[in-house]
Design a protein around this ligand. Sequence first.
Ligand code: SF4
Length: 332
Amino acid sequence: MADDILYSVRNLTVDYKTRGGIVHAVDNVSLDIRRGEILGLVGESGCGKSTFGKALMRLHDGPASIPNGELWFDGQDLMKVPMKDMPAIRGADIGMVFQDPMTSLNPVQSIMEHLTETIQTHEPKVSDAAAHARAEDLVERLGIRHERLKEYPHQMSGGMRQRVMISLALALRAKLVIADEPTTSLDVIVEAKFLDLLKELQEEFNLTILLITHNIGVVAEVCDRVAVMYAAKMVEVGSVEAVFADPKHPYTQGLLRSVPNIKLDEGDLYKMGGEPPSLLHPPTGCRFHPRCPKAMDICSREEPAFESVAGEQLASCWLYQKADGKQKVTNG
Ligand code: SF4
């Protein structure tokens, strides 16, 4: 694994057992997360992006399982770590920020108690006084007066609770923070402040952040690279600059064209036709072919490889490949 890669996911599949059969919610997906970057993971609701994020911490629950895949985090394959040892890695090495922090914070514990307990669980030798000082310092840096640490989660606004979640990750000096739709429940102004804060923290602490979102505008604002998922598959990955300037996969092209743009009249807004497929019975070949305006004969028969289409920009699309595995010389 190259030194600049913090997390390398290889051929990850996550299955759900349903009454109708097995659903591959994530289907043979590979992705590298580089140290110190903010990587945006986008796609429509139900495409598997949240399942992917949880699987990175082996947080799949209930009827879900990981039948295959390698999860190389900082040189260690987490798939080989006994499940009983995973809680120590979650939090200490990999922090999480979810859409609704109320589900992650204990309602009967003050924020100070929560932060102190979390720090001391992972670092038992830290005294109460040292844990309090660390908690106070962190929340102040995140724009929350330390006096508010004695409050309970319900006494804080949604934006503040999100900052508390970030402070938990920072308190443990996590190397990777996975933020799943962290701004969805925030209003536009609080969202903008939160995104600024993420960017600042990434620079100051050299944090690596996986930002899972359905909002492509958020990706444009803060991310270094973007990964696009469709129907449980990864379809395009590249720098935000390259992908936004020249998206290769027709799904990414449609996604970008459907973002409201102040230069366009409302009537010009593109609406992608069709619906994402059922993952119980996904289409053969390229899963996007029933909706793709550029679909060709081969697209419904064979699945294209996920490979470089322009330098570090990867995509899975027959527009750039030949059936014999050779690359086409085309701009799509
Ligand atoms: Fe469209 Fe074919 Fe490319 Fe799929 S492989 S995105 S159907 S052109």
